[in-house]
Design a protein around this ligand. Structure first.
Ligand SMILES: NC(=O)c1ccc[n+]([C@@H]2O[C@H](COP(=O)([O-])OP(=O)(O)OC[C@H]3O[C@@H](n4cnc5c(N)ncnc54)[C@H](O)[C@@H]3O)[C@@H](O)[C@H]2O)c1
Length: 252
């Protein structure tokens, strides 16, 4: 028996990075997966890779900050696979800027995709999870939600919101056997960080990350897989840091 045999998962931001790695990992553990992203061609490529490996996949496009799109993706998943057991709210963007540097529109957009998307996902997935007698909601937050960083005002605020929203959801639906946890990655090698020059990345990691090396999206997917599985059946309302030790304290 594999860890997610018989489970149905919807993973947002599935076209790249942590979401893509999770979309590929969950079916290897037995889950059918709805791969959701903004770019249909990209999520279709991921779905095809899953099918080619013998898994079940559905590609769906949508903007997770829009209620209609979130509802439509959840409904399409339920229609295709017969229910929903796991929602992984992973889609996100990481804009930079202090409060004086960013516009009100940039603030609103950052909060909409990083935080409102988690609210919407949970709001419309919970009734489906209740119908199944329980389920799992996973949210990708980030270490910037635990401790802020320079020029990351909106992102840090949104991810801190994701962490406490995770706890609120965990408390509100524990009696329905719905678990909700957050993952807090540090610096992960994904398209989100494509613009960061390698020398800048290495200098940043050298003075902030005790463990050598760069975290890969597969390593975050492995943590997500564990939290989504019944092996974590008594874990809810928590935030799991995967950051090479950055949060342990200062180094050097
Ligand atoms: N890479 C890191 O260092 C890091 C660190 C901490 C947290 N995170 C978080 O991890 C999550 C995944 O990011 P990643 O690193 O894999 O980068 P990524 O850019 O590869 O993935 C983000 C995905 O979200 C999708 N997306 C963005 N806006 C969307 C919207 N409105 N609707 C639907 N999909 C949307 C993008 O198309 C993309 O596929 C994000 O929430 C990010 O904030 C990343």
């Amino acid at each position: 028996m594999r860890r997610l045999d018989g489970k149905i998962a919807l993973i947002t931001g599935g076209g790249s990075g942590i979401g893509r790695a999770s979309c590929l990992a969950f079916p290897r553990a037995g889950a059918a997966v709805a791969v959701v992203g903004r770019n249909l061609a990209r999520v279709e490529q991921v779905a095809q890779a899953i099918r080619a490996a013998g898994g079940q996949a559905l590609a769906l496009s949508g903007d997770m900050s829009r209620s209609e799109d979130v509802q439509a993706c959840i409904q399409a998943t339920v229609q295709q696979f017969g229910g929903l057991d796991i929602l992984f709210n992973n889609a996100g963007v990481s804009p930079s800027g202090s409060v004086t540097a960013i516009s009100e529109a940039e603030w609103d957009a950052c909060l909409a995709i990083n935080l409102r998307s988690v609210f919407l996902g949970a709001k419309y997935a919970v009734p489906e999870l209740q119908r199944r007698g329980g389920g799992v909601i996973l949210n990708t937050a980030g270490t910037f939600g635990l401790r802020a960083a320079p020029a990351k005002a909106a992102y840090a605020a949104a991810k801190a919101g994701v962490i406490n929203l995770t706890r609120a959801i965990a408390l509100d639906y524990a009696h329905d056997n719905i678990r909700c946890n957050a993952i807090c990655p540090g610096y992960v090698n994904t398209p989100l960080n494509e613009g960061v020059p390698l020398a800048e990345r290495d200098a940043f990691l050298a003075c902030t990350q005790p463990l050598r090396g760069v975290i890969g999206p597969d390593e975050v997917a492995e943590l997500a897989l564990y939290l989504a599985s019944d092996a974590a059946r008594m874990i809810t309302g928590q935030c799991f840091v995967i950051d090479g030790g950055q949060q342990a304290g200062m180094i050097g």
